[in-house]
Write a protein that binds this ligand. Structure first.
Ligand code: WTA
Length: 572
């Protein structure tokens, strides 16, 4: 294979150190960077916000540049401390306690960030929800986690089935003139009235921090629990991989409803005391370049889908903007095509650094960082302190160039601690001889670089977002015209994959454009827009095993015109 290699550059982290530290790497060295190493008092919010607000040199530094179509604001670390203290008081005064699950369901806004830190300051567990979730998706998550509270907006409140959720007794609404009665609280006026002083609730390193629901190939979305201890790896990777340095202005384009938008849209940058840019609203190439220019962004973390959309907007657009401050670009979420890496070289004159990790890993695991040569198309190498390997189905490590399960030796600081309410599911990740098995297939080359090959299960990655086929199939089956549904990811040049559904209809139903639209809208309304199939194909019957399980592998083979393989388990 013809691999394009881009030479190493200078960064925070140098390769010689890496070679020194990779054997017998000691995470406790990194713990020394936190104030709790001295004081014994742990809380991520203190490390990310308050300790900078209490530092006379850092307190007046801008922590957050927030902008969207209607708002344009900036907040220093001192402001962030006061405002998150107000949020903490607001939550606490309403009876929220340590360990309670507090969901945050609102479009990006400064208040979203204050609410998240407020919840962390009282020791609650934050449940971020993507603003596009519809009622079904919201209900599943609140129900599974026994959520006590949610912070939302009047518009999104319509999708929160408050009456069906007896545990959910505190609903904060961020709007104007909110009437307080029953479970409803006026978040804004309470924020305004509450004190700027708050004594942070000290927690154990192993206490819950955040609960991210993510999709697998079967069952409902599962709640991946992370604890405060994860900050060690958020911090370390922010330094070494994001390469954050004093004076940087950093922009992570991910929404905090997804793990990238929390681990690296919130924790990583603020744990390192970096100025963080948040841009609300929808994607447009002009707007993104404008954001990079206006805030003089130096470090930019985004996703292959976004880079491909920028690519397709054309190279001429870029020339209208001054992006001379940009120093370091990174990508996550799906395979970063070599073509995109070479485009980055051409238009930004910078390397795009791929990073691999998952909701479950909590932080970056396999990465390209400045001081290593990039092989375009490779995810890079494991960070110090992480041992990754390619293992066979018995858990034996495979030699270079053999494809197998991408697995990690457990025990990294940001590893998920459980799957909420589902210890069995949690344990199933470690069934191969104790390895954490990612569900991705990959191989390693002779230089230790990892190359992504695909998902082993049927999970779909569309525009960088993880969608479980089972969830979409279940929703399709609720549609009155549908009897069977099978959902797969179909390769797509921009989105990585799109969702394609094979559907069979009830007797007497006819395929019409109206019906197609109706089915799509049904999924959109029931789950979320990104889960709705872009393509629908109707078949009289779908391939099933004798036990009745839809054989997605056969659907995929149909779609890609590939041999269907072993059909011995298929129902006649
Ligand atoms: C995929 C996102 C190829 C992979 C942080 C993984 C990637 C899943 C890469 C996790 C990459 C993530 N190259 N594929 N650099 N990064 N993936 O939980 O299949 O939303 O298992 O976490 O995304 O998706 P999740």
């Amino acid at each position: 294979m013809n691999v394009q290699t881009l030479p190493a550059e200078k960064g925070n982290f140098n390769l010689k150190d890496y070679e020194k530290t990779v054997e017998n790497f000691d995470w406790t060295e990194i713990e020394k960077e936190f104030s709790w190493y001295e004081t014994g008092k742990v809380n991520l919010a203190h490390e990310a916000i308050d300790r900078f607000a209490d530092d006379s040199e850092k307190k007046n530094q801008v922590a957050l540049y927030y902008s969207d179509a209607n708002r344009d604001e900036q907040y220093t670390f001192e402001d962030m401390k006061k405002l998150s203290n107000k949020a903490a008081n607001t939550l606490k005064d309403a009876g929220i306690q340590k360990g309670d699950r507090v969901f945050i369901f609102m479009p990006r806004s400064p208040e979203l960030y204050f609410a998240i830190f407020g919840a962390i300051k009282i020791g609650a567990i934050v449940g971020p929800l993507f603003e596009a979730f519809m009622e079904g998706a919201v209900r599943d998550r609140l129900e599974d986690s026994d959520a006590k509270s949610i912070v939302t907006t009047p518009t999104l409140l319509e999708r929160v089935p408050v009456d069906d959720l007896p545990q959910l007794d505190t609903v904060f609404i961020m709007g104007e003139d909110v009437k307080e009665e029953g479970p409803y609280y006026d978040f804004k006026s309470r924020l305004d009235k509450s004190s700027e002083e708050f004594d942070v609730e000290w927690v154990d390193r192993e206490d819950g921090l955040i609960l991210h629901y993510t999709s697998g190939s079967t069952g409902k979305p599962k709640g991946v629990l992370h604890v405060h201890n994860a900050m060690i790896q958020h911090y370390q990777t922010a330094k070494w991989v994001l390469d954050l340095q004093e004076g940087d202005v950093y922009w992570c384009t991910a929404d905090p409803g997804w793990v990238t938008g929390t681990s690296y849209g919130i924790f990583g940058p603020w744990l390192t005391g970096t100025t963080n840019v948040v841009r609300g609203g929808r994607f447009s190439p002009q707007d993104w370049y404008e954001t990079l220019q206006r805030f003089k962004v130096t470090v930019w973390y985004s996703a292959p889908t976004a880079f491909r959309m920028l690519m397709s907007a054309g190279d001429e657009v870029v020339k209208n903007y001054d992006l001379s401050n940009l120093r370091h670009i990174l990508s996550v979420g799906e395979p970063l095509n070599p073509e995109v890496v070479m485009w980055g070289e051409k238009v930004f004159n910078l390397r795009i650094h791929d990073t691999w990790w998952m909701t479950e890993t909590g932080a970056m695991m396999i990465c390209n960082y400045p001081s290593m040569a990039i092989k375009a198309g490779s995810m890079g190498k494991p960070i110090p302190g992480v041992k990754a390997a390619i293992v066979d189905d018995q858990g034996n490590e495979l030699p270079p160039h053999r494809m197998g399960n991408l697995a990690i030796d457990k025990g990294w600081p940001s590893m998920m601690r459980t799957i909420w309410n589902n210890e069995e599911k949690f344990n199933s990740y470690f069934e191969l001889d104790g390895w954490y098995v990612s569900g991705d297939s990959a191989y390693m080359d002779e230089d230790g670089y990892f190359w992504f090959q695909g998902r082993i299960d049927d999970v779909i990655m569309t525009a960088g977002e993880r969608v479980g086929p089972f969830e979409v199939e279940s929703k399709l089956l609720e549609h009155p015209a549908v009897t069977e549904a099978g959902v797969i990811g179909k390769p797509d040049p921009v989105r990585g994959e799109i969702i394609k559904a094979f559907v069979s209809l009830r007797d007497g139903e006819e395929v019409t454009e109206d019906l197609k639209e109706d089915i799509r809208t049904f999924v959109k309304k029931g789950l979320s827009a990104h889960a709705a199939p872009r393509e629908l194909e109707f078949r009289d019957k779908l391939p099933k095993t004798r036990s009745g399980k839809i054989m997605r592998r056969v659907l995929k083979a149909w779609e890609l015109d590939l041999p269907t393989g072993d059909l011995s388990t298929m129902d006649d």
